[in-house]
Design a protein around this ligand. Structure first.
Ligand code: ADP
Ligand code: MG
Length: 258
């Protein structure tokens, strides 16, 4: 079963007297264990799609199926149960996590809220999660604001996998990291995907990163899908004007393919 199927999704914003179609008739699906990337210029609707899928905002039209259920029809307890299987990692972990909370607290919350482990069991689970993401359990007592950006993003990933999701939405999750740290986090995401059959909705403006980690890519422009297909095939030979422009503007990618 597909973790995610999005059909004819639309979201409009009113700006002054005009209506802006932030997301316009978007349809795609993600297979179990697959990475589907969303690419496109700034303002093309990538983050709006992420927020719609996470139900942080409501669409004007369309359907979102998560693990076979109509996500938009779920409420209350049924939505909470499903939410555990649908997680997220954003660009800025200092904004997404409470900077004053300890690492242990950040990881304890999902285990407690979703009833995944008993109080006495949780410290072991937290240590195991830290190990899974390549962090020392000695970090458990440190505050989020005291650790490095790369360590923080590892904690955000540990929190996301704590509830055993089938899908993680990653919106520019590696964009703020130094190149070497970025490579380590991408490798961690690949390792976790292989071990857990995790699917990713991987949003990035960086085609080089997308080419390295994604199975398929969807290219957006002004809220519409302009091109989609196998990530390497599309990025190596884009057909749409927007796809060609994105590839031309990706210097790192050009060097790799020369
Ligand atoms: P991307 O993530 O691809 O850069 P976004 O999804 O953030 O693009 O934005 C898509 C379009 O929707 C942009 O034109 C943006 O200005 C507009 N937009 C996004 N959120 C809002 C909002 N809350 N109110 C008004 N316009 C918005
Ligand atoms: Mg965005």
């Amino acid at each position: 079963m597909s973790p995610l199927t999005v059909s004819n999704l639309a979201k409009r914003y009113r700006r002054g007297g005009k209506t802006l179609a932030a997301v316009d008739d978007v349809t795609f699906h993600i297979e179990p264990g697959e990475t589907l990337a969303l690419a496109g210029p700034s303002g093309s609707g990538k983050s709006t799609i992420a927020r719609l899928v996470l139900r942080l905002i409501e669409p004007d039209a369309g359907r979102i199926e998560f693990e076979g259920d109509d996500l938009l029809a779920l409420n209350g307890a049924a939505l909470r149960v499903r939410r555990a299987r649908l997680q997220m990692v954003f660009q800025d972990p200092l904004a997404a996590l409470n900077p004053r909370a300890t690492v242990a607290r950040v990881l304890d919350d999902p285990l407690r809220i979703h009833g995944i482990a008993s109080r006495s069991d949780r410290p072991h689970r937290i240590a195991a999660l830290l190990e899974r993401v390549g962090l020392s359990s000695a970090l458990a007592g440190r505050a989020i604001h005291e650790i490095s950006g790369g360590q923080r993003q590892r904690v955000a990933i540990a929190r996301a996998i704590a509830t055993k999701p089938s899908l993680i939405v990653l919106d520019e999750a590696v964009s703020a990291l130094d190149v070497s740290v970025r490579g380590q986090i991408l490798q961690l995401l690949l390792d976790l995907q292989r071990e857990e059959s995790l699917a990713y909705l991987f949003i990035s403006h960086d085609l080089g990163v997308i080419r390295a980690v994604s199975h398929r890519v969807v290219i957006l422009d002004a809220g519409k899908i302009v091109e989609s297909g196998d990530a390497r095939a599309v990025i190596d030979a884009p057909q749409s004007a927007v796809g060609k422009a994105l590839v031309a503007a990706a210097p790192r990618l050009n060097r790799q393919t020369e």
